[in-house]
Design a protein around this ligand. Structure first.
Ligand code: PEP
Length: 259
């Protein structure tokens, strides 16, 4: 079964307005469509650049724009927050949900993450649901159980149809921003495990058609090896996505992948 191949850039809290614009200009100038066939590129800038990127990319169907977060309530007195419907109103396509930095620094728990997924889906945004274990959990052998629990807590109750709109990003916390990438065996084992959990929750067809991305120190130098694994359908890329050349090299590595 063919799954969406996704290369998503998570800029986190980086780039001025001018830097964001320059990135997109260079990406559009340099991109080679022959090497990106079938790859869904997603750019995830800070909120304030969203509208500008949506406008700059309006003619480029293969490049989507995502937000790094949304609030779990529909609207109301939540100073400083942005709702899923506001994102939709400026034609944002997707939203990261449950990134480990949100869980770690902003106290997001499984219940909040689950509500955010529902808000995103209600507003026709593609949730990129992030999960992954800490170093301590991996070293104690609790990594598979931890991720099982995260998936069950966040996704139970969704319909198979809603699952079609969602992408999962497995991001071991110990590999994010550390330069320490999971080995292909570690990532592959977890992706297969996630697919088996999805099969139990939603059935084989849904599990086989859900894209599962790997995130955690993906770079141009290790992307091809990771993406060659049959259960790794793309990458969520932080640090290495800040440079358009490096990010494009990662996108091209995914472009070479054939199911
Ligand atoms: C991320 O922010 O989701 C991420 C994977 O970061 P990095 O690639 O820098 O490890």
């Amino acid at each position: 079964m063919s799954r969406r191949r996704v290369a998503a850039a998570n800029w986190k809290m980086n780039k001025s307005f001018a830097e964001a614009e320059l990135f997109v200009e260079r990406l559009l100038e340099d991109i080679d469509p022959d090497k990106t066939e079938g790859v869904h590129i997603v750019l995830t800038p800070p909120y304030i650049h969203l509208q500008n990127l949506v406008e700059m990319l309006t003619l480029n169907e293969g490049i989507a724009v995502a937000a790094q977060n949304c609030h779990h309530e529909a609207q109301g007195a939540y100073t400083g927050e942005v709702s899923a419907s506001m994102l939709k109103s400026i034609d944002v396509d997707a939203v990261l949900v449950g990134h480990s930095e949100r869980r770690q620094y902003f106290g997001e728990n499984d219940m909040i993450v689950s509500k955010k997924i529902h808000r995103a889906l209600e507003n026709d945004l593609m949730p990129v649901y992030c999960c992954g274990e800490t170093l301590e959990q991996r070293e104690s052998g609790a990594h598979l159980g931890t991720v099982t629990h995260q998936i069950e807590a966040a996704l139970t109750g969704l319909s198979a149809q809603q699952m079609q709109q969602l992408v999962i990003a497995y991001e071991p916390v110990w590999a994010i921003g550390t330069g320490k990438t999971a080995t292909v065996e570690q990532a592959g084992e977890m992706h297969q495990h996630i697919r088996s959990v999805l099969e139990r929750l939603f059935g084989k067809e849904s599990a086989e058609s859900t894209s599962i991305l790997y995130g955690g120190s993906v770079k141009a130098s290790n992307a091809a090896e990771l993406f060659a694994h049959p259960h790794i359908d793309g990458g969520l890329v932080g640090g290495a996505s800040l440079d358009p050349e490096e990010f494009l090299a990662i996108v091209y590595a995914l472009g070479h992948k054939r199911f």
